[in-house]
Design a protein around this ligand. Structure first.
Ligand code: ADP
Ligand code: MG
Length: 682
């Protein structure tokens, strides 16, 4: 018997080359293979007669071969094999392209089961490339329910199917983790049966049951994980902060805080004097001023003689936070330092030493903060900016550097309420639903290529007025996909031919950290008129003097992403604009982009985005740092999620400490779910 953790190369027919293809699907072990679930099924169980075949609807039928197959060599690389078949209702001519298999295996006078669709544009019926099997062979491609797998170039459905079958034959499916009582109560299939039936269902009903079980299982693991996190925190105590007077902080600010900012800060103040570690999320649209809330939280910790850490997802953002917070807080006596991966080793070492000695009060950085080399003297407050980029694991790794520090996470991704409650069920939430005064809505337009001259004239006008422009392209380099703008090429074009007299800067994710920083810093300092960039600028970067955001091939971006990009302008007092260009003529796409032009409400846009792309993408692994569900679909399976949440809540006491094999397996699955594939930031 093989183990689930064995590599797929132990299977027959899976050599190094095939394994590479499977790796494209994130399949490395037998477990991965068994957990590679079909995205749908083709019901090939029903046999019809030839006269009942419908145009373009594939079906199975039994027929006799009526002549010897004839193959014509049409030209190099194209052979056509033709053969007539019939049952008692009708005749049908079949055509195979380049199929030696058909030419050699279809025998005159013999009966076969075929599966294919007739096309109706010929006189009479015609069918191309049906699959077929003899009546006495085991059903593989006909007379069964065929799973349809997600594929990758070079790997077809049959190859995946064969590998999955073998895997199921050589090892036991993943262990049961749902207690029997729960299974009985909810009519859930046992693990063994479900993992088998999802790949080899005897009926469509069984496929449905198997899927339901696996959806339940995913949610069960997820909810159980959240319950454990919550339970482990509930038992924790921390020394309550003395209630700090924030007057000095408020007076140091260059502006008055909005009501929403004050309210969020008050909520944080109330948290830190309670004697229980805070676990709060601040959710606010781009530009709502989350940084100041973070600053207040850090200030509270420092005033109570603890250290604070602010973790940003990119170097650019860390650098920017460092500059603005240093300016704000150092006059108040807070010692602020920066720690990022691209700093010189020597500088990093010095900063780390000072952190360990308690000579730094607030350290701002990227994930360099969470490496083992960083040790705090007394970390009391952990703040994660743009939290959707960090995983649960990364947050908890930073937390582990203090003794149950307070945790504050900031998110600019408005998450539809129904989902937020579920996904962040373990967090308290403050919402910044008010923009700083003087902000005007960013006027947004959707235009086609015919507007190019006008766009250029508009860019020139903004620059002439002393402002700066962003131009965002979907790709870094020239793409094979025709006509998609690349940042490199477009920056070059703009500089060489369109605006030779203006200063065009280029910024993209493939540049080195220090180089990116330099470009961003010089743009922020007004040393460039136009910044051509990829989505690296999406997160948080602040250049109040920028008034125009041009997004090329806007249909390539998700709506939430467009919203983030648009949020890069309109941060100063001057009127700002966002121009979306597209070549796309798809009616739905255009409607979606037009709707985007008319709304500025991030929550509405998020709802729309969720509908269009589904939570799989919305909460995509890389985007959210949240576990990606394999089978479950949050927009359809909410009831199952509620059931699983209730069930897992009732079992928390049991599986938290139980040494039953089910409980151990569940704990293992939880850590896998929360910790898998994290560390893929940037
Ligand atoms: P985000 O919520 O997107 O992180 P920031 O914290 O970057 O927003 O703030 C956006 C801009 O608004 C910054 O330039 C910041 O200095 C400014 N800002 C924040 N709060 C206020 C306020 N209450 N009044 C005026 N400007 C503010
Ligand atoms: Mg921000």
């Amino acid at each position: 018997m093989a183990k689930l953790s064995d590599p797929i190369t132990i299977l027959k027919g899976v050599g190094p080359a095939k394994a590479k293809l499977f790796a494209n699907l994130d399949i490395f072990t037998l477990r991965d293979l068994i957990c590679h679930f079909p995205r749908g099924y083709e019901d090939r169980t029903q046999l019809v007669t030839i006269d009942k075949l419908e145009v373009d609807k594939p079906a199975c039928f039994k027929a006799v071969v009526m002549n010897h197959p004839r193959t014509n060599h049409i030209r190099k690389g194209l052979d056509l094999t033709k053969v007539q078949v019939a049952d008692h209702t009708a005749r049908l001519s079949l055509t195979f392209f380049n199929s030696r298999f058909a030419a050699e295996n279809l025998e005159y006078g013999r009966e076969y089961i075929f599966y294919g669709a007739v096309s109706g544009d010929f006189i009479g019926y015609d069918m191309t490339n049906p699959v077929f099997e003899t009546l006495d062979s085991a059903p593989v491609t006909t007379r069964r329910i065929l799973p349809v797998y997600p594929l990758t170039a070079g790997l077809n459905n049959a190859a995946v199917l064969r590998a999955v079958r073998q895997a199921l034959a050589v090892c036991d499916p993943p262990q049961e983790i749902i207690p029997e009582a729960v299974r009985r109560e909810h009519g859930i299939l046992p693990a063994e049966r479900a993992y088998y039936a999802i790949h080899e269902p005897a009926s469509m009903e069984e496929a449905e049951l198997a899927k339901r079980r696996l959806v339940f299982e995913e949610f069960f693991v997820f909810s159980a994980g959240l319950s454990l996190l919550r339970a482990s925190r509930a038992g924790k105590a921390t020394a309550p902060y003395a209630d700090t007077d924030l007057t000095a902080f408020y007076e140091a600010l260059p502006f008055r805080l909005t009501g929403a900012q004050r309210k969020a800060i008050d909520e944080i103040r109330a948290d830190v004097v309670r004697g229980v570690p805070m676990n709060r999320m601040v959710q606010g649209d781009v530009g709502s001023g989350k940084t100041m809330v973070a600053a207040a939280a850090a200030y509270l910790a420092v005033e109570d003689h603890h250290q604070a850490a602010l973790m940003a997802p990119t170097e650019i953002l860390a650098e920017q936070h460092f500059q603005s917070l240093q300016r704000l807080l150092e006059p108040l006596g807070v010692r602020v330092e920066l720690l990022t991966g691209s700093m010189k080793d020597k500088d990093k070492r010095i900063v780390r030493e000072r952190i360990a000695l308690g000579e730094v009060d607030l350290v701002i950085g990227t994930h360099a903060l969470i490496t083992d080399a960083t040790v705090f003297q007394d970390l009391g407050m952990v703040i994660a900016d743009e939290q959707h980029r960090f995983g649960v694991a990364q947050r908890s790794k930073l937390s582990a550097k203090g003794r149950d520090p307070h945790v504050l996470v900031m998110s600019a991704t408005p998450i539809p309420r129904s989902l937020a409650l579920i996904m962040y069920g373990d967090l308290d939430v403050s919402i910044l639903d008010e923009l700083p005064p003087g902000r005007q809505a960013v006027d947004t337009f959707l235009v086609g290529e015919s507007y190019r001259a006008r766009i250029n004239a508009f860019i020139r006008k903004q620059v002439a007025e002393g402002h700066q422009c962003f131009v965002v392209c979907p790709a870094v380099e020239e793409n094979e996909e025709l006509g998609i703008k690349s940042a490199e090429v477009w920056a070059d074009t703009l500089q060489q031919t369109v605006f030779p007299d203006l200063r065009v800067l280029l910024l993209h994710g493939q540049m080195k950290g220090a180089q990116k920083e330099e470009v961003m810093a010089s743009f922020a300092a007004g040393e460039g008129d136009i910044l051509v960039a990829t989505t690296v600028i999406e997160v948080g970067v602040d250049v109040p003097n920028a008034t125009l955001m041009v997004i090329e091939d806007a249909d390539r971006f998700g709506l939430s992403q467009l919203h983030q990009l648009r949020g890069r302008v309109g941060r100063g007092s001057a009127k700002s604009y966002c121009i979306l260009t597209t070549h796309n003529r798809n009616g739905e796409t255009i409607a979606r982009l037009k709707a985007f032009c008319k709304t500025t409400d991030g929550f509405k846009i998020a709802e729309e985005d969720l509908k269009m792309r589904g939570p799989g993408d919305f909460f995509g692994r890389r985007q959210s740092g949240l576990p990606a569900f394999r089978v479950a679909d949050l927009s359809f399976d909410l009831q199952t999620l509620k059931d699983a949440q209730e069930a897992s809540a009732r079992w928390i006491d049991t599986f938290g400490t139980s040494d039953a094999p089910e409980a151990a397996a569940l704990r293992e699955r939880i850590s896998e779910l929360f910790y898998r594939a994290e560390g893929t930031m940037n």
